[in-house]
Write a protein that binds this ligand. Sequence first.
Ligand code: NAG
Ligand code: NAG
Ligand code: NAG
Ligand code: NAG
Ligand code: NAG
Ligand code: NAG
Ligand code: NAG
Length: 796
Amino acid sequence: MAKPSFVVWFFLALSIAFLASSISADRSFGQVCDASRFRELGLKMEDFGFCDSSLPYPVRVKDLVDRMTLPEKAQQLGDTATGVPRIGLPAYEWWSEALHGVADTGQPGSKATFFDDQIPGATSFPTVILTAASFNESLWKTIGQVVSTEARAMYNMGHAGLTFWSPNINVVRDPRWGRSQETPGEDPLVVGKYAVNYVRGLQDVEGTENITDLNSRPLKVAACCKHYAAYDLESWLGSDRFHFDSKVMEQDMRETFLKPFEMCVKDGDVSSVMCSFNRINGIPICADPQLLKDTIRGEWDLHGYIVSDCDSIEVMIDGHKWLGDTPEDAVAQTLKAGLDLDCGYKIGSYYGNYAGSAVEQGKVGEAEVDKALKNLYTVLMRLGYFDGIPQFKSLGKADVCSEEHVELAAEAARQGIVLLKNDNQTLPLNYGEIKSIAVVGPHANATEVMIGNYAGIPCRYVSPVDGFSAFGNVRYETGCADVACKNESLIFPAMRAAKKADATAIIVGLDLSVEAEGSDRVDLLLPGYQNQLIRQVASVSKGPVVLVVMSGGPVDISFVKNDPKIKAVLWVGYPGEEGGRAIADVVFGKYNPGGRLPLTWYGADYVDMLPMTSMAFRPIESLGYPGRTYKFFNGSTVYPFGHGLSYTQFNYNLKSSKRSLNIKLHKLQHCRNVNYSASAYKPMCPAVLIEDLKCHDNIEFEVQVKNVGRRDGSEVVMVYRVPPEGIVGAPMKELIAFKRVSVAAGRSMTIKFVVNACKSLGIVDYTANHLLPAGRHTIMIGDGAVSFPVNINFKY
Ligand SMILES: *[C@@H]1O[C@H](CO)[C@@H](O)[C@H](O)[C@H]1NC(C)=O
Ligand SMILES: *[C@@H]1O[C@H](CO)[C@@H](O)[C@H](O)[C@H]1NC(C)=O
Ligand SMILES: *[C@@H]1O[C@H](CO)[C@@H](O)[C@H](O)[C@H]1NC(C)=O
Ligand SMILES: *[C@@H]1O[C@H](CO)[C@@H](O)[C@H](O)[C@H]1NC(C)=O
Ligand SMILES: *[C@@H]1O[C@H](CO)[C@@H](O)[C@H](O)[C@H]1NC(C)=O
Ligand SMILES: *[C@@H]1O[C@H](CO)[C@@H](O)[C@H](O)[C@H]1NC(C)=O
Ligand SMILES: *[C@@H]1O[C@H](CO)[C@@H](O)[C@H](O)[C@H]1NC(C)=O
């Protein structure tokens, strides 16, 4: 009798599930090419070639576009595509976001992604700047996979689109930038590798990663690398992103601003790129055929669509007053430049309103409109929007905020957290000995603060107070009313808590009122009385003190470096919904931290040395500007790029290396000049254009990483190159490879690196030539304790 009753229960459960899904079916959406859908519209699906799945995508997409009238076409070119009911094409909202979890922000009104009783939240990972600090490529990809699983489940339930305008891969040029938290930091290689992994995690459908026809490669969801390019200023002392003209040298474009985008398109095979608001050297980017059509689609071979940042066309006309354009002129120009989709936010889509009249006025051919539509519908075909993708059909509510996903959010925060200071091995705190902990500061009970911007509604929050409660009795005091901390009256209660507790965690930092989209910082300090709170609480604390800094961009905490009462400091970015748990796990040694700073932490005086509007990375001596990022700034820092300690110690041993390359040139390969400082040795043949070389030469070496401490831990092995001495304008050093490894106490691990000589040792000179210089290059592991030379020699 047991069996039948199980069967009965099973079918009962099934029919309840079916009932539940049919109740909610009003907003959910199966697939366009569904015969019963067409029947309900009074149409016969067989009549429509675009639904014939035996035909290749280009044929189907052409059939679809050819069926539309010009006004109907124009209506499909905005983010809120109206659809064409006449031919069975439903409306589609292109705008969804998934920067560090499925998000619903940035889109007021009824847009594609939303939360309600049915889907109350989605897993909210740390903001990208902290995830980047893990320097763990497989983590970046795994997060992408989990986010796209949740996104696809939400799509199945009618709660999300399929096209997500993430990640943000602008290099952080200036520490004041309000959106640093959204990005993987200041190093173009790290940013590019993050982009490739996150995009592949979001997009790739298992088993089809390597399909050769990239125009039909299936997509789990579509990602978008943004904001192209040289965009990293929000609003700073009178300059703002809607009016700003980035005066950029070609050298910096090629070397820094474009590099992550190139990697994202070529290696990540991203299906979308978003152009930004600003101008570059006078031309609004979304209207620049050289930057869009020639570079992204031509040189890099994008398979996908190019979308504008929202209202870019309006900004072009009203903000930049570019060429005094009429709407039709602007729309004609952006279509011709290669902009496929126009996101309209304040006033609707310019494409929707003016693409038809621009064609009718003869300013742009209808073929340009068709080309844009074909790029768009090819992506929707690849997403299964028309035909479905069987392996995702079963994803639903149980796949959002699952225990496994929530654990990954905690794990990501733990992996990213950076131990900045740990004198006398103050951390980890001893779990048995410490019975009470004062948890004080404006972020002591942080919740929303931990998920930063472009966030959705998280599954839950574990605040620092919650996290520490698992390890002892918490005495909680805010110390400040908020981040601005304009009033010192709350410091005394915090001091009282610290006086009594066995240990003190002071949790300070910034939030979206200080650094955000639309607002840059004007200084690098903790706001208001936060410094005073730290000093006063630390000075009276009974037990050990750990300072925890929650921020996206760097803050000048140099006063803490030499404060003997504050022996331990952690930077935790904005650590996501599980952040408090991760912080407590690190403080009490349940996890040994291994994160590294993805940004240079400049001293506060840095912002007085150069305006945020100066785009150059190299120092400008005539103006007294120091350089930017670890590659070009040679002054002292609060903490350098790549800094991060562990509770154990690691030693490096270089196992093998290839030390010289003699490259024989033939008569069509020519030596190029390189600027050397007067005193330096200059080789006879100083350099060769990389595009003239075959570039098969690899440099291989093995690094043995030994954990010589008493705790298991993970280490980020960072490999830098140092160019030959004396080359004017070359970076002081540059990251060329990195790998995070776990090594048990007393054990060692050997990592093999293979770097391509041209890719890793080349330089971009002041005329934007990509050159491989001859001479003595150096490969350096970590901060330079281990290094070896690579001599490059050109001979005819
Ligand atoms: C795709 O190619 C990559 C790199 O060559 C390889 O690691 C991976 O296993 C391949 N995937 C499939 C499904 O063949
Ligand atoms: C560590 O502790 C010892 C003894 O308490 C002290 O002399 C020393 O200065 C401390 N070192 C640091 C870096 O704080
Ligand atoms: C922490 O914040 C949460 C959410 O704002 C609140 O519910 C909770 O009571 C706070 N905890 C303490 C100890 O004040
Ligand atoms: C500081 O805050 C306290 C308590 O909230 C309030 O009573 C006091 O007036 C404030 N002082 C100032 C100068 O704002
Ligand atoms: C840093 O760069 C400046 C400007 O190029 C130069 O004058 C100075 O000597 C450099 N300082 C160091 C410590 O290398
Ligand atoms: C490099 O040398 C060329 C030719 O001598 C000179 O015109 C140019 O200004 C130099 N560039 C730099 C960055 O020093
Ligand atoms: C990198 O992240 C992955 C995924 O979370 C994890 O399994 C792995 O242990 C991490 N590697 C290190 C060295 O921490």
